[in-house]
Design a binder for this molecule. Sequence first.
Ligand SMILES: [Zn+2]
Length: 505
Amino acid sequence: MGSTARVPGAVSWEPWTIADIKTDIKETGKSFPRNVAYIDNLKLDPELQPTQYQLTGTHPESTILITDVKILDSTGREPYRGDVLIRGEKIVAVGQVPNKDDLQKDPRVRVFNGKGRTLMSGLGDGHTHFTWNGGDLARLGELGVEEHVLLTVKSAQCFLDSGYTMCFGAASAKDRLDVVVRDAINAGDVPGPRYMANGREIAKPDGDLVAGITAFAEGAEEMRRTVRRHIVDFGVDNVKLSMSGEEICDARSAQDCFFTDEETAAAVDEAHKYKKRVCAHARARDSVTQCIKHGVDVIFHGSYVDDEGMEMLEQTKHRQFIVPAINWLWATSFEAEAFGYSHEAAEKAGYKKELEIAVAGLREMHRRGIVVLPGGDYGFAWTPHGTYARDLEHFVKLLDFTPHEAIIAATAGVAALLMRGDELGKIQPGYYADCILVNGDPLEDITVLQDHSKLDVIIINGRVHKAGRKEYIVDTSGALTTGVQSTKHLEVDYPEMKPAMQKAY
Ligand SMILES: [Zn+2]
């Protein structure tokens, strides 16, 4: 058994309670988003650069012109009015587009009339479970592999439908589900975001959260073997350790850490040897400090961090990410009643208390320049797929991020987590064309990103995944009043890009 620490450590920062919740979530003033510098200051080990996957299927000659948009470019700059040109997979011009008039007349160019709507980077989620079923996790272990593949494909598409173009896999319910769906997305076979795949979460015997979806290991040698199997045999991009408990599992407190120092150190060392990064479910004080001490790259939750852990984290903030998945604590405390987990039961289990302690710690991290990213354990019954952008609202209401900071975290921040900050997550020339056209101003109202009907256009890798009906409306007078000049692209006659029917799988 690992160390346990039921008594939380001392904390010296300002406490936070539900009564302190922020109700005004508008952008106040025009302060420059603080986390631009936090993200820029990251110095991640280049040895751990992930496999560079490409999404296939975008024709290199494909050209998209988006005119008259409010460009929220994720550099920290205030949104400004301009045009954006996409050619092939990449953004080639932002603000002023050369030869705009010629492009507008060119029948091979797809034109969107932005009409002042907001164009921003596609969103990113730092803690993703494609394989969670939106219901009872305990039953996931029993779900047939055939049904499970379909479910996984469906959630991948749901992320993209929700405006998410980058996701960091935080554990898969079966060994290869994440990997197979990642490869299918990259091959252009199924729609989905850019994805870093995970395997089953690795836990100690008697330290699991859900036995049927867990890979068990005990002792340093077995940790190394299991990590190796995930990387070499299954092809994962990330390795997940499940180090602490979770209040909903009665016998495994969120304040208990089940891993020993030797086990954590061995798992990280082995993964890094194979150039893969490690993320960890770490709610307990001791699991957080072990993560920092042994170089876990991405710390999930971090609820019970204490003074010692916070000091350590500040020292290592250039190489570690915190992804709190705060919606789980929020929804379990306040929204699980309809699913048979009453508010009283949640409070008794300690969720509300954990929420308050976690929020206080996360606010302190944000003050100290530690990179905190959205991403949130969506796919449970009361945290359903498709509601991912609630995380940004929580960041503003609970964690004292400005709306601009929440957007920076979800775009440039998650791109940095994918170690692709120089080509993803911003509306800049040279960046991959992953972007969303939003009917509304997310800086005025961050919740607009939760409304799929306001995500008018979704583009990934220079391909239009979604263009709502209003982009096609043609004026009866014959003049095109809005959106795409739909008659135009009928004249386009590119050779078809056809994926091979027989794939390696
Ligand atoms: Zn999770």
